[in-house]
Design a protein around this ligand. Structure first.
Ligand code: DC
Length: 223
C-alpha cells in the first residue's frame, strides 16, 4: 500500500530536504511544488508577462510546459520548462523576489494545482509546498507542517545562495524570507496555513538523520 505525504511550511525550513529523504527511502516520487511556481515566474519575467492581467496570464500559461526529469548523474529530479533544464536558474534571488506575487494569482494556482493533483493521483508521492495538505491533497494520509527558528532558516538559505552567488547578503536573504512568508500566509487564495490534521515538525535543533527518523516513524504508523 502506498500513501500520500504532504510537507508544508515556511520558506527555507528544510521541506525539500525531508521530502527528498523520504521519497528516496520509500521509493516514492518527490514533487517540489514550489519549483513549479518558480518556473512560471521565470517564464513571466523572461517574456514580460503582466501577471496582474488575467488574459495575459491565461495566454502565457497555455504556452508553458513543465516537467520533472530525473538527472541520472545524481538521481535528483530537476525542473524543466519548455524543454530547458531550469533547476539552477529558478533558485536565484531574482526569482525568489517575485515568486510569491506570481503564486498569488488565481489562474497560476489553478494551473499548478491541477498538475500537482494529476501527478499524485496514484499515491506513492511526497510533495512539499504551502497548500499541499490543505488544498492539493486534503485527504493525504500523512501531513507534516514544518517549521524552524527564523535565524536558522535565514542562515540555511544564505549558505545555499552564497555558494552560487557570493555577492548575496544575509540581510537580503532575511528580508526576502520575511516578505515571502508574509505574502504566502496572507494571500486570498489558499494561503499557507497548518492543516488541522497536520503534525508539526520543528527542525531548528535536529540533524537531517533525526528529522528523517521522526518522519519515518509517522509513515510506519500510517502504513
Ligand atoms: O518552496 P519554495 O520556496 O521553492 O516556493 C517558492 C514560492 O512558491 C513560495 O514563496 C510560495 C510559492 N508556493 C506556493 O504558493 N504554493 C506551493 N504549494 C509552493 C510554493
Amino acid at each position: 500500500m502506498k500513501i500520500t505525504i504532504t510537507i508544508d511550511g515556511w520558506s527555507s525550513c528544510g521541506k525539500s530536504t525531508l521530502a527528498r529523504q523520504l521519497a528516496r527511502e520509500l521509493h516514492y516520487v518527490y514533487i517540489d511544488s514550489g519549483a513549479m511556481y518558480r518556473a512560471i515566474t521565470l517564464y513571466f519575467l523572461r517574456n514580460h508577462v503582466d501577471w496582474t492581467n488575467p488574459d495575459a496570464v491565461e495566454q502565457a500559461l497555455a504556452r508553458i510546459k513543465l516537467e520533472f526529469v530525473t538527472n541520472h548523474k545524481n538521481g535528483q529530479t530537476e525542473t524543466w520548462l519548455n524543454g530547458e533544464n531550469v533547476e539552477y536558474v529558478i533558485r536565484d534571488l531574482v526569482i525568489a523576489e517575485k515568486v510569491s506575487e506570481v503564486a498569488s494569482v488565481k489562474e497560476v494556482r489553478d494551473f499548478a494545482v491541477s498538475r500537482q493533483q494529476e501527478m499524485g493521483k496514484n499515491k506513492g508521492i511526497v510533495m512539499d509546498g504551502r497548500d499541499i495538505g490543505t488544498v492539493v491533497f486534503p485527504h493525504a494520509e500523512l501531513k507534516i507542517f514544518m517549521t524552524a527558528d527564523e535565524s536558522v532558516r535565514v542562515r540555511r538559505r544564505y549558505k545555499e545562495l552564497y555558494e552560487k552567488n557570493p555577492n548575496v547578503t544575509l540581510e537580503e536573504v532575511k528580508q526576502n524570507l520575511a516578505r515571502r512568508d508574509y505574502i504566502d500566509s496572507h494571500r486570498a487564495i489558499s494561503p499557507l496555513r497548518q492543516a488541522e490534521d497536520a503534525i508539526v515538525l520543528d527542525n531548528s535543533h535536529l540533524t537531517m538523520r533525526e528529522q528523517l527518523e521522526i518522519a519515518q516513524h509517522w509513515v510506519k504508523e500510517r502504513l
